[in-house]
Design a protein around this ligand. Sequence first.
Ligand code: ZN
Length: 54
Amino acid sequence: MTEEIFQCPNCKKYTLEKFCECGGTTLSPKPAKFSPQDKYGFYRLSYKKKTQAL
Ligand SMILES: [Zn+2]
């Protein structure tokens, strides 16, 4: 049994939905193993990629 939790990079809210109520796309905080610096870098990169994809 896997519990998937996502975090919104915009408002930092945790949710089980893939889309936050603020309209942002949530991300799975999987790279929590890495340092906070890496984590933020990952979020920034992912957000940029998603933004460019649109
Ligand atoms: Zn949000």
